[in-house]
Design a protein. Structure first.
Length: 253
C-alpha cells in the first residue's frame, strides 16, 4: 500500500494552522500537527498526529523530528506556520523581552522547523516548505515592530532555504496573508485601537479600505494556497513570496 504524502504543520491546533491541517487531510495527506495549546490539541481530529511542542525550543524540536523519522521515515511538506502577534506599541515602548519573545516564535521557530525537516527531505530528494509570513513582512506595520521585523526575516530565511535546498529537489515559498478574519485578528484590532485611541470598528474599516477587494481574507484562502504550493501543480514554484491579501494598496490606511 502506497504511503500518503506527509505534512507537518506547526501551530496546527487552531486558527490558520488548524484550517491548513483540515485542507491537507482533505487532499489526501497524513497530518502531524504541533502546538503549545494542549486543550486545543485535544480537540483536534484523532486522525491527526498531535503533540504539544514549543517550536522555539531546540530540544523539543529535535525530539519531534526524531519521532517523525522513526514513525514516518519521511516528510514531504513542512508548513512553518507558528507565529504570535507580539505587543502592540510604539517601538520605544517595546521591551527587549517583548522583541525577543516575538522573534523567538516567528523566526526561530521557523528556523528550527527547517533545521529538522531538511535532512529528511534531502534524503528523499524532494520536499516543499511553506512559511506563513505576513504582509507586515512586505510593507512594515506601525505599532508592531517586533512582528514586522520577524516576518521580514522569515522572508529572507525562505529565500535562502530555496537557494540551498533547490538542488535537492526541495522547494520553499512564503505565504503572506493580509488581515485574516478570526479571533486573533480581532485581538490585534482591539489592541491597535487602544494604542491609537480610537475604536476597533474604525481600525477594521481602515484595514478593509487598504485592499483592492475591500475585505479581509479567510483562513481557508490561506490554506488553499498552502495545499497548492505543496502540490505537483507548483513543481516549479520556489523562492516566492505570495500575498494572499486581496491586494494591499495602502498598508497603513
Amino acid at each position: 500500500m502506497t504511503q500518503p504524502p506527509t505534512v507537518l504543520i506547526t501551530a496546527g491546533a487552531s486558527g490558520i494552522g488548524h484550517v491548513m491541517a483540515s485542507a491537507f487531510e482533505a487532499a489526501g495527506h497524513a497530518v502531524w500537527i504541533v502546538d503549545r495549546d494542549e486543550t486545543a490539541l485535544n480537540a483536534c481530529p484523532e486522525t491527526w498526529r498531535r503533540e504539544q511542542v514549543d517550536v522555539a525550543d531546540l530540544d523539543q524540536m529535535a525530539a519531534l523530528f526524531h519521532r517523525i523519522r522513526a514513525d514516518w521515515g519521511r516528510l514531504d511538506t513542512l508548513c512553518a506556520n507558528a507565529g504570535i502577534a507580539g505587543k502592540t506599541a510604539l517601538l520605544e515602548d517595546q521591551t527587549l523581552e517583548d522583541f525577543r519573545t516575538c522573534v523567538g516564535v516567528n523566526l526561530e521557530g521557523a528556523f528550527l522547523a527547517c533545521k529538522g525537516a531538511l535532512p529528511l527531505m534531502k534524503e528523499a530528494g524532494h520536499g516543499a516548505i511553506v512559511f506563513t509570513s505576513s504582509t507586515a513582512g512586505l510593507y512594515g506595520f506601525p505599532y508592531r515592530s517586533p512582528y514586522a521585523a520577524a516576518k521580514w526575516a522569515v522572508n529572507g530565511l525562505m529565500k535562502t532555504v530555496a537557494m540551498e535546498a533547490g538542488p535537492h529537489g526541495i522547494r520553499a515559498n512564503v505565504i503572506a496573508p493580509g488581515s485574516v478574519e478570526g479571533p486573533r485578528m480581532a485581538g490585534v484590532i482591539a489592541r491597535e485601537a487602544a494604542a491609537k485611541g480610537t475604536t476597533p470598528e474604525a481600525i477594521a474599516a481602515g484595514y478593509a479600505a487598504g485592499v483592492s477587494m475591500k475585505t479581509f481574507v479567510t483562513a481557508q484562502d490561506v490554506a488553499a494556497m498552502a495545499v497548492f504550493l505543496a502540490s505537483p501543480g507548483a513543481a516549479r514554484v520556489s523562492g516566492q513570496i505570495i500575498a494572499v491579501d486581496g491586494h494591499t494598496v495602502n498598508p497603513d490606511p
